[in-house]
Design a protein around this ligand. Structure first.
Ligand code: ATP
Ligand code: MG
Length: 575
């Protein structure tokens, strides 16, 4: 491709709303175009890289034996009613009506659709296992679209669904997808880590997220250097501290005056206690399907712990959008809670969720449900009980690893893919049944496997760039080589550049020829911004048959004869 003919507009500056390198550079290099908040289009170079990623995904999916299909983005509400997700998916589900008033959604994912296909087509164990996949556009009306392709409202996903006879079959399908994902992200040039993950709205047990390590990532990962424990912070199990020894007596309750001590910090300082000797209260309200407050929820944890919202919604068995922090005044009038001074002993008419750790801890200090007062020596069972007792705390940096006890570390990553063992959640609710060899019915056992294709593109740029621009790994570069013709009006230079362009193309190398009538500085800057892995510059020494050979990833350049340069370029691409 000749740059003089290419539809390309690079920008010196990115719009101010672009904050992270991948967003800035994809816009500046003219690879993506914004249409509306969280909605982007792909220009020639961006689309080429995206298709390369898709190609890698397709090859690795096909290698597992999965078969590609393509389903519609528009999905009828009836299927979502059947699975129970028309409500559970919440406001992220992009709902639309047709002219007859019938409800549809723009698919955020396709479990319902694939389950529907398989329940219609599969009836016997002889047809299992089978895995289907697609690469298709998804829609999620995200509350906060941001970072360009990272969290957009329209994005391309590869989604695969496996259908097996039993758990062992699912385990095998899952393992084969796990391996395929590792190959895909390796081939895309990403530094990534598979970590245990929560199963969220999709449901089921057993899941891994594949996270591309990056400071700007929205996934926080807890990991251990002494063993191989690695999990998202939402998911990571947190070990309860040892209970207070038997020998310690439960002391009598004592109300104390603690003026103005609304936070754990304040009350611990005021009473000269450790935070771990206090009880923290978090007040929430839970909504019904119409969005009205159905219940108040009070969560209690040790004062040095943080609430883990994902664990809480799992314990309550509700979707995340069905809960939010409470209006404390309204909650107070109904339940006795007093903002900043709420404790578990005097609350009424609300769901009390107690972190499992509190059960074994004696003589703690809690709010007295009375302005400016706390109570000392609060003990579980004697003074209060939970409607639900569960691990609802976050595993923090420095906490003990739930597997080996060493100190936990945290890091951040971009979730580029996630795989789930769904089990029979969808096959049972939607009636996807097969008959075994004795003609007995069983629900099909399912798995689902997603890759954010457009997010992967952004993650690659996030990991491969410098202050001048993108540095594409060769596997996903829009072109392998850029031939920079310094002076297009110099006949010798022009002829040599054309020859290199032609010979590289003939050898199967994807080449851009920068034959634009621009100053050399502009051409070099653009070549760096676009991130083409190899630049061959045809300039002054063309008359001696010498060109400049420079890898985008390295600072050094070398002077090579034309034939050497062509040979090295071909070797680089074929390697
Ligand atoms: P997140 O936690 O980031 O919202 P998710 O867990 O809801 O993502 P999945 O349902 O697992 O996402 O979707 C599969 C993949 O699709 C994700 O691993 C991610 O790479 C990609 N993805 C999800 N939401 C978006 C989005 N809004 N924009 C771009 N890619 C997305
Ligand atoms: Mg996910």
């Amino acid at each position: 491709m000749r740059l003089s003919k290419m539809h390309l507009k690079t920008l010196r500056e990115a719009p101010t709303e672009a904050e992270i390198p991948s967003h800035i550079l994809l816009l500046r290099s003219g690879m993506i175009r914004k249409l509306a908040s969280g909605i982007y289009g792909f220009m020639p170079l961006g689309w080429r890289s995206l298709r390369k990623i898709e190609g890698i995904i397709r090859e690795e999916m096909d290698n597992t034996g999965a078969q590609e299909i393509l389903m519609s983005a528009i999905q009828p509400s009836e299927l979502w009613e059947e699975s129970g997700r028309w409500y559970a998916y919440g406001p992220e589900l992009w709902r639309i009506k047709d002219r007859g008033g019938r409800d549809f959604c723009l698919g955020p994912t396709h479990e319902e659709i694939f389950t529907d296909i398989v329940r219609n087509d599969v009836s016997s164990y002889r047809q299992l296992p089978t895995t289907l996949y697609q690469i298709q556009t998804k829609y999620r009306d995200e509350a906060r679209p941001r970072f360009g392709l990272m969290r957009s409202r329209e994005f391309i996903m590869k989604d695969a669904y496996s259908f097996d006879k039993d758990r062992e079959g699912l385990d095998a399908s899952y393992d084969s997808m796990y391996d395929a994902y590792s190959k895909i992200f390796t081939r895309c040039g990403l530094t990534f880590r598979p970590v245990e993950a929560d199963t969220g709205a999709i449901g089921g047990k057993g899941s891994h997220e594949f996270t591309a390590l990056s400071e700007i990532g929205e996934s926080e990962i807890a990991y251990c250097e002494s063993c191989d424990m690695a999990a998202t912070v939402e998911r990571a199990e947190c070990i309860d501290d040892a209970p207070t020894p038997e020998s310690v007596e439960m002391l009598p309750l004592e109300e104390v005056h603690t003026p103005g001590t609304k936070t754990i910090e304040d009350v611990a300082n005021f009473l000269k206690l450790e935070k771990s000797q206090t009880i923290k209260a978090i007040l929430l309200e839970k909504y019904d399907e119409e969005g009205n407050v159905a219940d108040y929820v009070a969560c209690f944890l040790r004062g040095d712990r943080d609430l883990n919202m994902t664990k809480l919604v799992n314990a309550l068995d509700i979707p995340e959008h069905a809960i939010a922090f409470a209006d404390e005044e309204k909650m107070g009038s109904k339940t006795g809670a007093v903002g900043g001074f709420t404790g578990p002993t005097k609350l009424h008419d609300c769901i009390i969720v107690v972190d499992s750790e509190l059960v074994g801890q004696k003589n703690l200090c809690a709010g007295a449900c009375k302005e400016d007062h706390h109570i000392l020596n609060v003990n579980y069972n004697r003074d209060y009980k939970g409607d639900i007792v569960a691990d609802i705390k976050t595993l923090k940096e420095g906490d003990k690893c739930p597997v080996c006890g060493a100190a936990i570390k945290h890091t951040r990553g971009i979730e580029v893919g996630q795989i789930f063992k769904l089990g029979t959640k969808y096959s049972e609710s939607m009636g996807a049944i097969y008959k075994d060899d004795k003609q007995e019915d069983h629900p099909i056992v399912m798995g689902c496997y997603g890759i954010g294709v457009t997010r992967t593109l952004a993650a690659i740029v996030e990991q491969h760039h410098d202050d001048k621009g993108i540095i594409w790994p060769i596997s996903v570069a829009p072109y392998h080589v850029i031939v920079t013709l310094v002076k297009p009006d110099d006949e010798i230079q022009k002829e040599l550049a054309e020859r290199i362009y032609g010979e590289l193309q003939a050898a199967g190398v994807e080449v851009l020829l920068d034959d634009r009538d621009e100053r050399p500085g502009v051409k070099f800057n653009d070549a760096d911004l676009l991130g083409i892995p190899l630049r061959i510059t045809v300039g002054k020494m063309a008359s001696e048959g010498i060109v400049e050979y420079k890898l985008r990833s390295e600072a050094d350049k070398s002077e090579l004869s034309v034939d050497e340069a062509i040979k090295s370029a071909v070797e680089l691409v074929k390697a």
